[in-house]
Design a protein around this ligand. Structure first.
Ligand SMILES: Nc1nc2c(ncn2[C@@H]2O[C@H](COP(=O)(O)OP(=O)(O)OP(=O)(O)O)[C@@H](O)[C@H]2O)c(=O)[nH]1
Ligand SMILES: [Mg+2]
Length: 233
C-alpha cells in the first residue's frame, strides 16, 4: 500500500481520544498512515492503539517512559514513518484533522513547511486567556528575538517533507517542548504556508500546560538566541 502521508501522534494518556481521532484521520484518505508514539502511558494508550491497528493503518511505537513530546516526534519520523510527507499533530482533538489534506497538499505543491495555525486567516482558538497570552507572547518573542515571522510559531500542528525532517533531526535538541519553533530557526524555510483552523480546548484527559512548560519555553528561546548570535549547538 502506497503511503501518502505519515501522521505522527505523540501520546501520553490519550486512551480516550485515539478511538475518536484515528477513524477520522482514516476517513480523510486511506493512504494516510498514523504513527502513535506512546511514552508508556499509565492509562494504556498503547493497547488502545494496538486495537485500532487491527482495523486502520496504524503503527505503534512504544517507548520505555516519559521521554518527552519533541523526542517522540523525532523517533516517530526517523524510525517508523514511511510516507514522503509527515504531519505532526496533538492527539487530544485540539487540532482539527479536517485541514490535514490541505497541509499535505501544500507540501506536495512545494511548501517547505505547512503550519496549522490558530492565528492565520480562518483560524480561531478556544484557548483560555492565560494560554492566549502565552501564545501571543511566544509569538512576539519568536519574532523579535529569533527573527521568525510566522503567525503561530508555537503550533504543534505542521507538515513537511520527511527527507527534510530527517536531514534536520541530528541538529534538533529535543527539549521536551513543541518542536516547530526549533525547526523554523534551524531550517530557515523559504516557503511557509499557514492554514487556519479552529483550535478546540482539550475535552478529555489532563492538561499539561504548566508553569514548568513556560519556564522550559523561555530556556529554549534563550538557547536558540545564544546559538544564533554566538554559534555552536
Ligand atoms: N509521547 C509523548 N507524548 C506527549 C508527551 N507530553 C505530551 N504528549 C502528547 O503531545 C500532545 C500535546 O500535549 P498536550 O498535553 O495536549 O499539551 P498542550 O496542548 O500544551 O496542553 P493541554 O492540551 O492543555 O493538555 C498530546 O497528544 C499529548 O498526549 C510526552 O512526554 N511523550
Ligand atoms: Mg493539548
Amino acid at each position: 500500500m502506497i503511503r501518502r502521508a505519515s501522521i505522527i501522534l505523540p501520546t501520553f494518556d490519550e486512551a480516550e481520544n485515539l478511538p475518536e481521532l484515528i477513524p477520522r484521520i482514516a476517513a480523510l484518505d486511506p493512504r494516510f498512515e498514523v504513527i502513535v508514539v506512546d511514552d508508556h502511558s499509565p492509562d494504556g494508550t498503547a493497547r488502545v492503539a494496538d486495537g485500532l491497528a487491527q482495523k486502520y493503518l496504524v503503527e505503534v511505537v512504544e517507548r520505555s517512559g516519559k521521554l518527552g513530546l519533541a523526542s517522540a516526534v523525532i523517533d516517530g519520523v526517523t524510525k517508523r514513518a514511511a510516507a514522503p510527507v509527515i504531519v505532526v499533530m496533538d492527539a487530544d482533538l485540539s487540532h482539527d484533522e479536517q485541514i490535514i489534506p490541505q497541509l499535505v497538499a501544500s507540501v506536495e505543491a512545494g511548501s517547505d513547511l505547512a503550519i496549522g495555525s490558530r492565528f492565520a486567516s480562518g483560524g480561531l482558538t478556544e484557548d483560555s486567556w492565560p494560554r492566549r497570552f502565552f501564545s501571543w507572547s511566544a509569538k512576539q518573542v519568536a519574532r523579535f528575538v529569533l527573527g521568525v515571522r510566522v503567525q503561530d510559531p508555537m503550533s504543534g500542528f505542521f507538515a513537511m517533507r520527511r527527507e527534510a525532517f530527517i536531514a534536520l533531526a541530528p541538529k534538533l535538541k529535543p527539549r521536551g517542548f513543541k518542536i516547530l519553533l526549533e525547526i523554523l530557526v534551524r531550517m530557515r524555510p523559504h516557503k511557509v504556508a499557514e492554514v487556519g483552523f479552529r483550535f478546540r480546548a482539550r475535552q478529555k484527559g489532563e492538561s499539561k500546560l504548566t508553569a514548568k512548560i513556560a519556564g522550559q519555553y523561555l530556556r529554549m528561546i534563550f538557547d536558540l538566541w545564544r546559538e544564533r548570535w554566538w554559534g555552536g549547538g
